[in-house]
Design a binder for this molecule. Structure first.
Ligand code: ADP
Length: 451
């Protein structure tokens, strides 16, 4: 018998001793009345004895039934005690039903969680394993209950996972090859839940097939673009020579010019595809330096003026002191694609404003125009490869349909985000946000360069 049972037993005995007074008190009263010589009055307290005895009997019976967790079943006594028994029996029945429901629900939930092909792991407040489904054994090498209370990072040792669990950006999945089986590619998503969101649900999805398909697609595009580049350069070279040759008949000049335009377009597409393939190779630029963004913007403004040929009103607001840590060619690609898009895709008279500044969130590069704007259904698709709002017009303006895809990938490699907002008739805003830690002050950079 446990300590808890022992203390319950003592309490029960005390209560019983107290309630025996129900019977003992009338007896004592009768004895007292006899001793005091009160005649036949001693009979009166004794008359109470049967009902007091009955109450005591039911009280003890009920206390024992409840204590032993027995079920209260009919037949029930008559009167008030019968009501009490019936109410308690109903209460017991409700409790039993709700317990059964809970057990059924827990069992169904377990069965469902066990049938899920994704790995599911629950971490406690200290980020130790609290529960895992069978798929977690195959995908993450986590066996439950054997690995109960082990820190997740003891089993999945991939760099960056610890930070992601502690204070990570939970909306962003983390792709990784687990150490126990490098042939698997997992996409991990971590969601905080529970009291004060201190527990974590880790969902690991097997993305091996998608990952390989993506690699095949990436390699195919990179190889095909690479293979096409050389023959195309040769063709473009010959067309150029023929255009310049005095022996070329006058009637051939226009077709040659059209051929030249088309080969130039194909060369641009191939160059953009190769750029995209390069950007997709890894998550961050190979080389990072302090990039003089204000300088890049001033150069770009001149090029944009030339492209616009005076048809647009170009304005800028640039924080001259704000530089950025990153890759110069990639950042230039981001800025130029957005600025040239505003010139290419808006009509004459459009006002284009270029902003480079820093606020509480971090550095921000924005290109804002008051052109015709873009309909809302196109906005989520603009960064897809070859997606154009108006195909014919984009081709005319020399667009490849790859510019915003390049911007998105290059920004990802700089931990940046592109946001696009637009309203028909009111223009568009393309904004790039960079994290604070990439911001550099010109003076600090100059001083360190001198040192
Ligand atoms: P493109 O080579 O066609 O410019 P992008 O990927 O850079 O390709 O842009 C995709 C599409 O987004 C463009 O074809 C154009 O329809 C639309 N777009 C981009 N910038 C603007 C803008 N400032 N105003 C209106 N439409 C734009």
């Amino acid at each position: 018998m446990g300590a808890r049972d022992a203390s319950q037993g003592n309490a029960f005995r005390h209560a019983l001793a107290f309630d025996l007074s129900l019977v003992l008190l009338p007896l004592a009263a009768s004895v007292l009345l006899v001793l005091l010589g009160a005649g036949a009055a001693w009979v009166l307290p004794l008359a109470l004895l049967p009902s007091a005895g009955r109450s005591l009997y039911h009280l003890i019976k009920l206390a024992l039934l409840i204590r032993r967790q027995h079920r209260l079943a009919p037949p029930f006594p008559r009167g008030l005690w019968g009501d009490i028994y019936r109410s308690l029996a109903r209460y017991q029945q409700r409790g039993r039903k709700s317990r059964k429901r809970q057990i059924r629900f827990t069992r169904r939930f377990r069965e469902a969680a066990n049938a899920v092909p994704d790995a599911l792991v629950i971490l406690d407040k200290q980020h130790r394993i609290d529960w895992a489904n069978p798929a977690a054994a195959r995908l993450m090498n986590i066996r439950w209950p054997e690995d109960d209370a082990r820190p997740l990072t003891d089993i999945l040792t991939n760099p960056g996972l610890g930070e992601l669990i502690h204070d990570g950006e939970y909306m962003r999945p983390m792709d990784m090859a687990p150490e126990h089986n490098r042939a698997i590619m997992l996409s991990l998503r971590i969601t905080p839940f529970g009291e004060r969101k201190r527990q974590r649900l880790v969902v690991g999805r097997d993305i091996t097939k998608i990952y390989h398909l993506n690699m095949i697609r990436r390699d195919f595009v990179a190889n095909a673009s690479h293979e096409l580049r050389t023959p195309l350069t040769v063709i473009a070279g010959f067309i150029e020579s023929l255009q310049d040759a005095p022996v070329t008949p006058a009637g051939h000049r226009r077709p040659l010019m059209l051929m030249r335009n088309q080969t130039d377009r194909m060369c641009s597409i191939i160059e953009d595809l190769l750029t995209l393939s390069r950007l997709e190779m890894n998550d961050s630029p190979d080389e990072q330096e302090s990039v003089d963004v204000p300088d890049e913007i001033h150069l770009l403004l001149q090029e944009a003026q030339a492209l616009s040929d005076g048809r647009h009103r170009l304005e800028s607001r640039v924080d001259e002191d704000l530089l950025l840590l990153g890759s110069q060619p990639e950042l230039r690609s981001i800025l130029s694609n957005l600025v040239f898009n505003a010139v290419k895709h808006t009509p004459e008279g459009t006002r284009i404003q270029i902003i480079w500044c820093q606020d509480g969130v971090g550095p921000r590069f924005t290109v804002e125009d008051d052109g015709p704007g873009i309909a809302p259904e196109h906005l989520p698709r603009l960064t897809e490869r070859f997606y154009r709002v108006d195909r014919a017009r984009s081709r005319e303006s020399g667009g490849t349909g790859l510019g915003l895809a390049i911007v998105k990938h290059a920004l990802n490699r700089h931990e940046g985000r592109l946001s696009i907002s637009s309203e028909i008739g009111h223009g568009s805003i393309f904004s790039c946000r960079f994290p604070k830690h990439r911001a550099l002050a010109r003076r600090e950079v100059d001083v360190s360069a001198m040192g």
